[in-house]
Design a protein around this ligand. Structure first.
Ligand code: ROI
Length: 166
């Protein structure tokens, strides 16, 4: 059985756009998984500590037979392969962040994994790329993505292409 999962991608170190491109290739190569679609890339100022580079974000849709925790393990392995190190600083810069935003209609609250992702409801750099690939989406709690977008202005987001970006 395949489940549609949405993955948030983010990077603000070591040429973020190429980090995201490599990560999308790695997602497409996951076992028992199909990369269904990917959003454009969006640049934005860091949320959290301001003394770090701008981020590039995107969202990907996967159809996967991996369980949520197996998928999480696979995403963390990709982060590590792309040079991510876990630093003490909370909300510090990173080469690659891969978050499970949604996993089908499931709501999970486990020590390692909370789904829907706990901050996605209010983050423009998650909601706008997600809306690009899944405009009709409803969250497991019944809220429509469009409703969340109405409460979250497109402020500070910039759609980027290869030539414009870091
Ligand atoms: N800020 C932006 N703009 N994009 C991110 O992906 C992002 N990720 C984070 C924090 C540090 C909260 N800020 C971010 O983890």
């Amino acid at each position: 059985m395949m489940t549609r999962a949405y993955i948030g991608l983010g990077s603000n170190l070591d040429t973020p756009l190429s980090q995201l491109r490599s990560a999308l290739k790695a997602l497409a190569a996951l076992p028992d998984t199909t990369l269904v679609s990917q959003s454009s890339f969006y640049a934005s100022d860091p949320l959290g500590p301001a003394d770090q580079p701008r981020y590039v974000n995107a969202v990907a849709a996967l159809d996967t037979a991996l369980s949520p925790l197996t998928l999480l393990d696979a995403l963390q392995a990709i982060e590590l392969e792309q040079g991510r190190t876990r630093k003490a600083e909370r909300w510090g810069p990173r080469t690659l962040d891969l978050d499970i935003l949604l996993y089908g209609e499931q709501q999970l609250d486990e020590p390692r994994l909370r789904v829907p992702h706990y901050h996605m409801h209010a983050r423009a750099f998650v909601l706008y790329p997600l809306a690009e690939i899944a405009p009709q989406l409803n969250l497991p709690d019944g809220r429509a993505l469009t409703e969340l977008l109405n409460a979250c202005p497109f402020v500070g987001l910039e759609r980027v292409t290869e030539t414009q970006c870091c």
